[in-house]
Write a protein that binds this ligand. Sequence first.
Ligand SMILES: Nc1nc2c(ncn2[C@@H]2O[C@H](COP(=O)(O)OP(=O)(O)OP(=O)(O)O)[C@@H](O)[C@H]2O)c(=O)[nH]1
Ligand SMILES: [Mg+2]
Ligand SMILES: [Zn+2]
Length: 367
Amino acid sequence: MRREGHSRTAGLASGKKPPHSERVTSETAPLRPSLTALGWSNFFAEQITAAETGLIALRISSVHRARMGAQSDQGPLRLNLPPKTNTADYAVGDWVLAEPESHLLIRRLERSSLLQRRTEGARFQQLIAANVDTLFIVTSCNDDLNPARLERYLALANEAGTEPLIILTKADQVQDPESYRARVTGLQRGLQVVTLDGTSPEARRILSPWCGPGQTVALVGSSGVGKSSLLNTLTEKRGAEAQLTGSIREDDAKGRHTTTSRSLHAIAGGGTVIDTPGIRTLHVSDISVGLEVLFAEITELAPQCRFRDCSHAHEPGCAVQAAVKAGDLDPARLDRWRKLLEENTENTPIMTGPRGNRVVKPAGKRR
Ligand SMILES: Nc1nc2c(ncn2[C@@H]2O[C@H](COP(=O)(O)OP(=O)(O)OP(=O)(O)O)[C@@H](O)[C@H]2O)c(=O)[nH]1
Ligand SMILES: [Mg+2]
Ligand SMILES: [Zn+2]
């Protein structure tokens, strides 16, 4: 890969022009979002080789079994897939290079971040979204709020190298949204939390620090928490253009899995947002760095334990147990750390070592 700098980006951005584009100068305001607004940056531009300057850059906006949609600086289009393309290898948010006229997919560019998860017993990780700057972890101010579940999403964000933001929706439905905020702020050091009404235009203002031009956010969380409602607010989509939203059940505040596929959209006046279907249970696997960051206060105490391989359960001279006794560490938090660590070990295939590539279950369907 050669470093070619900015001119490469500019050349690539204008690779495919409509017939009238000769009249368009750089001073003219573009009618379509520029590649930069879509999240294109030097990180991607620098991956383009001299032989690829005639190609166009596209951002994957939807991935289905046999087809993929993409956004170009000219608007949305359907990618032309070479035979034997495995669409499970592509994530919404990926940048790819394609032929300008035929839109034939040539190759995917290296990712700046990748959110992925292993569904129970699956051999391969399922790709949630790529090239995401901030993970919007959405949950509501109601009885469904669950700190242990949010910790799983935080571990996912940490592992992918994306900044997490907890969004507490439906703040308009309760007397004291601040009491809900208080239940989540301590889940990770320096964690950012906002409370809002996702159906109100005010939500756009509250989220604007994360939604500037070129920034990409992804919405994740349980069904019914208001991910698609928030997407419609951020993108100002209404009517047939809008993402479908669904009501939640009265008795347990659970959603009905209204959104069924991942998709990428332009934020009004800003960056890019990815909607995802509600996740029933987020299992952790392949996520040790993510857990270290999530439980930093435990990780940092471990070197002070008497035994190097201390499990912080019953060993003498355990600094973590001492912190619990001193009231500095919530024992429930320690329990959740242990549970996630065990689940991660159990679910993560061992790629090397005497047991070789241990796979949880035989190869099943990939998606
Ligand atoms: N009052 C209020 N209602 C909201 C808010 N956010 C979402 N809702 C409502 O909550 C319900 C579920 O919203 P959706 O946007 O469909 O939820 P989702 O997270 O996309 O759900 P799935 O697609 O099933 O994963 C809808 O009836 C919304 O109108 C909010 O902040 N305040
Ligand atoms: Mg939805
Ligand atoms: Zn210990």
